[in-house]
Design a protein around this ligand. Sequence first.
Ligand code: FAD
Length: 330
Amino acid sequence: MSGASNQHIVIAECRDGSLRRVSLEAIAAAQGCMADGDRLAVVLLSPGGAESDAAAGLLARSGPDEVIVVDHPVLGRYAPDTHLAAALEAAKALAPETRWWWLGHTAIGRDLAPRLAARLAAGQISDALGAARGGDGRIEFTRALHAGKALERRAFRTGGPAVVTVRPNNFAPAPVTAGQAAPIRRVPFTPPPSRIFVRDVVRRVSGTVDLAEARIIVAGGRGVKSAAGFAPLAELATLLGGAVGASRGACDAGYCDYALQIGQTGKTVTPDLYIACGISGAVQHLAGMSRSRVIVAINKDPDAPIFGVADYGIVGDLFEVVPALIAELR
Ligand code: FAD
């Protein structure tokens, strides 16, 4: 990093009006890399209204120096050009120090981050699992390579500007305290003429807990055998306050929606607890879940590769083990 002070900017995200946990994780990631004299602003691009006000209030108590809110009804739905323009508008309200931008590695973050980096001629690091300042003052980022088989550490040659996305569930979220809140500033915004108009969003997700941010996931594979076979898994997930996931085998077989697919061509997840039921553990599946903190595998086949990454393995029929777990939890 350069010797001069830096302005860190976290772009916060809401979903269905509620602040996403990954935004607090991005704040913590940025805070962990700040040097003396650095400043942290959180930017909320919002459609306005009571929910946005509540989100801004939470952000103000999560440790930034200030919160910048850009309110406009068009920001209620993500569109790349309007969100990019709104983010740049927010940045104009900040001192022109070197900027480090931090976003969640979400669908929006993945789309917006490279646009920001290109517009600002900034470097970009995607999907960071860790970030820390090294002895030489540079920020070092940890990233997964080769579908999670190896980790790399990267740093920018220059001291910024830079745009970083952080993988959900990999940084402890910044605590929201009851103490003093940072000032909230509203920035007027006139959206540029957009070539994109979002007509409708059709969501193909079941369950109430977002898979990418879930702390507990109960995932089913081809061993679940039918769509109805997922019912006990859903029940277990609900009891644990978690979400249901699936292997591609289960999705291809039509047992569940592709929105639940975890793996190389599905979602990447890092829950505290991953319970794999009737999943063999193909390398493409492991790519999306092997960094889960505790993995429990339930499989009839004692030689299933999933046991190679599991912390706890249960060799048995999932249709006996899952109901037993449900009964025990009840
Ligand atoms: P299977 O391999 O058929 O395993 C089923 C398991 O269930 C077996 O181990 C069996 O012993 C067990 N079982 C059966 N009955 C029971 C029972 N009653 N109780 C307990 N256990 C039981 N896969 C993904 O998951 N995600 C991806 O993103 C992904 N991307 C891919 C990308 C590419 C380019 C390719 C080529 C493949 C990809 N795959 C992906 C597919 C992957 O290779 C596997 O085919 C898939 O993961 C297998 O799913 P499965 O484990 O559910 O099924």
